[in-house]
Structure formats: structure tokens, C-alpha cells
Design a protein. Sequence first.
Length: 198
Amino acid sequence: MPLDTERLRLEIKNVYSEVARDPKKGYHFHTGSDYAVERLGYSREALADLPDSVTAPFAGVGNPLSMGQPAPGSTVLDIGAGSGMDTFLAAKAVGPGGNVIAIDMTEGMLERGRDNITLTGLAQIEYRQGLAEALPVADAFVDLVISNGVINLTPDKRAVFREALRVLKPGGRLQIADIVVHKDIPAAARDDIAVWTA
């Protein structure tokens, strides 16, 4: 039976809604700033300026901004931003003359991210609800697209990359951190929602 993408999205929303509500509960993946610093190479000093409500729900798998910081005044898009650790770091880099658009499909994360904008005063951030496969962003609008541990959760990865390229300005950059499997996954496992969300 083919993968039920709507059910998959619902299950992913359920998991990450729980992370937004209770980030320190303990999950099958790591969360929080200590993990980000110790395992993924984030700067403890940079994260020290961010409140726990930004860093505690972090569930990334790498550090997309380690490949290059956005330029001051530029526009950044964060696909699957969650509570926004990468979003807020990017906002600090672009400064008040820049913009960061944070896309997420999970209402709990959107709410937390918007609360974090108020908490930090980083008004150059805008949260938008949407899917990675259908970004609510105009063509050729952003200088940098980042994503951290999200594309692996999307059923149509080609659509995600098409969308990322669509929204990038000519000469723009794509910086992602994600999980890559180097062997073929059996069809039964690819179609099993529990495998995607476990």
C-alpha cells in the first residue's frame, strides 16, 4: 500500500507539536542547545543570547549556517524552522535591514516561533505556515535557503528542491543539514509511517 502522505504529515505534526509543548520530555532524537553545541558544532556564545524557548525545542541534525553566514541585509528562508534556532541565528546575522522567513507546517511550532519573535525583539523574522513541497514564497525572492533535519521527513524530496530553487534569487545559496541513507530502503519500510516518525 503506498505511503499515505496526509497521515504521515499528521503524525509528524503530532510529534513536533509535542516537542513544542514539552521539549525536554525525551524523544527518539536529540533536542536542545547542549546537544547542538556538543554534537553539531554550534557556538555556545551565539546560543547564549537566545532564550530557552528558542533553543530547547531544537531538533536539528547538523548546522546549516556553518557553511556560511547570511550577509547583512539579505533575505533568508528557513524550511521547517520549528521554534527557530537557525532562524534566530540567521536573523542576528542579517540584522534589522534583512529578513528571515520561517516556514513550518506545525501550529505549535508556529505559535512558539511567533512568541519568540516578541520575546527577542527580532522583528525581521516572519513565520508562515506551509509545506516544504509548496513554499508560500514568491519566485526569486531569497538570497539563502536553509533547512535542518526536515527534508528527510518529506515524501516528495524532488518537489522540495524544486521549490527551494524556485524561491532563490540568481546566485543564491542552499545550505542544508539532513539525514542521508546510503542504501536502498525496502518498499515496505518506505511506505510504513512508523519508520518515518520513529
